[in-house]
Design a binder for this molecule. Structure first.
Ligand SMILES: *Cc1c(COP(=O)(O)O)cnc(C)c1O
Length: 402
C-alpha cells in the first residue's frame, strides 16, 4: 500500500473541509487506483513468522485480521476523523452499534448517566432498558433545559448523552453549555450528530468529547447501507473504545465502509442542497398546517440557538396536524411522489408518522412526555425539485381535509 498525502496529518491538517471530504484518508495499492479500493478480505498473510509476531506485538504497523483492521475501513475512519476535526475515529456496523459501543465501552455497574428525553427510539431503548440491566443508573432530562442537566449531576455521573436536533421533535440542545458543564465536572459528553454530520454541525468545536453517528443517514445519503462511527480523542478511541470494539466485534463491513467513503465525497453538496430544499418546503408547509417544528423558521422557539451552532438547517423537519393519527395517515396515503419511509438523510424525500413507526415502542405516555403527538409527521427532504415536493404535499394535505 502506498500512503498518499490523504493519510499524512502534516498535510491534511492544512486542507480545507471540501478537500478533506474528497481525499482525506485515501490509500493506494501498487495499482495506483484513483478511487479507493475495496478490500474484501478477512485475514492477511505474512512474509515470515517474525513479521506475524511483530504485527501482533504492535512493533510493526500493518493488518492482522479484519475484525481489528481493514484498509478500506481505515480510509473511512481517517476521512471521518478529518472532517470532524477529531484525533481519531472508529466505524461500526450501524448507528446503533456506534451508540452502544460509545456508551458501554466507558460505563460500568454503579455509574450514572444523564440522557436527553427526546431521542431516536433505539437510543431510548438502550437508556431505558439495557443500561439499567447492567446496574447503570440513568436520569432523563429535557435537553433544552440547561438547569436540568446541572441538577441531574451526581458524584458518580460518568456520561452525558444527547442528540441535537432531536428526532422527531427538533428540540435543540445547547452544545456549548452542556458540553462545557460536562467538562467542568469530569463527565464525558457523547453527542449523537446523525441529523447534521460534520458538514452542518461539529460538536467537538463546542466542547463535546465524543461524537457518534449513524452513517446510514446523510453520510451514505443514498439509502444503500447501514453503518456507524464514533470520533473523539486518540486517548478515548485507543484506550477506552478500542478494547471494547476489538473484542466484541461490532465492526463496519468493508463494502459498507466503501459505500460511505463514496458518499462523503458528495456530502457537502447534498447536505447544502437538501437544507435549501427543506427550508423552501418548510416555508410552504408552515402556511398550511397548525404547527411546524423547523429550526430555521421564526416559529421555532430555539431558532437562534440552532443558527448559532448549526451551519444549515439540514433535511429534516416535523409538523403537527389537529386530526391526530387518522389525518396524519391520510396525508401519507395521499402522497404520490414522496415515499412513506422512516429513513432520513436520503436523497429521496421520505415521510413517516413517528407515533406509529419509529416511536411506537414508547407507548402513549412515553410519546406524550417526549412531545410526539399522534398528529405529528416527520419529513426528510431530498434532492428532488422542491416545487414538485410542494405540489405533492399540497394535494395530499387537500385530500386529508386541510
Ligand atoms: C438512525 C439513527 C440512529 C441509529 O442508526 P442506525 O444506522 O439505523 O443503526 C441513531 N440516532 C439517530 C439520531 C438516528 O437518526
Amino acid at each position: 500500500m502506498k500512503r498518499t498525502t490523504g493519510q499524512d496529518r502534516s498535510k491534511t491538517a492544512k486542507w480545507r473541509a471540501a478537500t478533506r471530504a474528497v481525499r482525506g484518508g485515501t490509500w493506494r495499492s501498487e495499482q495506483g487506483e484513483t478511487s479507493e479500493a475495496l478490500f474484501l478480505t478477512s485475514g492477511y498473510a505474512y512474509d515470515d513468522a517474525g513479521t506475524a509476531a511483530a504485527r501482533f506485538t504492535g512493533e510493526q504497523d500493518g493488518m492482522t485480521y479484519s475484525r481489528l483492521q481493514n484498509p478500506t475501513v481505515q480510509m473511512l475512519e481517517e476521512r471521518i476523523a478529518l472532517m470532524e476535526g477529531a484525533e481519531a475515529c472508529r466505524t461500526q456496523a450501524s448507528g446503533m452499534a456506534a451508540m452502544t459501543t460509545a456508551l458501554l465501552c466507558q460505563l460500568s455497574a454503579g455509574d450514572h448517566m444523564v440522557s436527553a428525553r427526546a431521542a431516536f427510539g433505539s437510543c431510548r431503548w438502550i437508556v431505558d432498558n439495557l443500561l439499567p440491566r447492567f446496574g447503570i443508573d440513568v436520569t432523563i432530562v429535557d435537553a433544552r433545559d440547561n438547569a436540568a442537566w446541572e441538577a441531574a449531576i451526581q458524584p458518580n455521573t460518568k456520561v452525558f448523552f444527547f442528540e441535537t436536533p432531536a428526532n422527531p421533535t427538533m428540540d435543540i440542545a445547547d452544545l456549548s453549555f452542556i458540553c462545557g458543564l460536562a467538562r467542568a465536572h469530569g463527565i464525558t459528553s457523547v453527542v449523537d450528530n446523525a441529523f447534521c454530520t460534520p458538514v452542518l454541525q461539529r460538536p467537538l468545536e463546542w466542547g463535546a468529547d465524543v461524537v457518534a453517528y449513524s452513517a446510514t443517514k446523510l453520510m451514505d445519503g443514498q439509502g444503500r447501507v447501514i453503518a456507524g462511527a464514533v470520533a473523539g480523542s486518540e486517548e478515548f478511541i485507543t484506550e477506552v473504545l478500542l478494547p471494547f470494539q476489538r473484542n466484541t466485534g461490532p465492526i463496519c463491513a468493508p463494502f459498507n465502509a466503501w459505500v460511505v467513503l463514496k458518499g462523503l465525497e458528495t456530502l457537502e453538496l447534498r447536505a447544502r442542497r437538501q437544507s435549501a430544499n427543506a427550508l423552501k418546503v418548510g416555508q410552504f408547509v408552515e402556511g398550511r398546517v397548525p404547527q411546524i417544528l423547523h429550526p430555521w423558521l421564526d416559529s421555532h422557539p430555539q431558532q437562534k440557538l440552532a443558527k448559532d451552532q448549526m451551519d444549515d438547517c439540514g433535511p429534516i423537519f416535523s409538523f403537527v396536524l389537529d386530526g391526530g393519527r387518522e389525518q396524519a395517515h391520510a396525508v401519507l396515503d395521499a402522497l404520490e411522489l414522496i415515499d412513506i419511509s422512516n429513513n432520513i438523510g436520503d436523497s429521496r424525500s421520505l415521510m413517516c408518522h413517528p407515533a406509529s413507526t419509529t416511536h411506537h415502542n414508547m407507548g402513549p405516555e412515553g410519546r406524550e412526555a417526549m412531545g410526539v403527538p399522534e398528529g405529528m409527521l416527520r419529513i426528510n427532504v431530498g434532492l428532488e425539485d422542491p416545487d414538485d415536493l410542494i405540489e405533492d404535499l399540497d394535494q395530499a394535505l387537500d385530500k386529508s381535509g386541510l
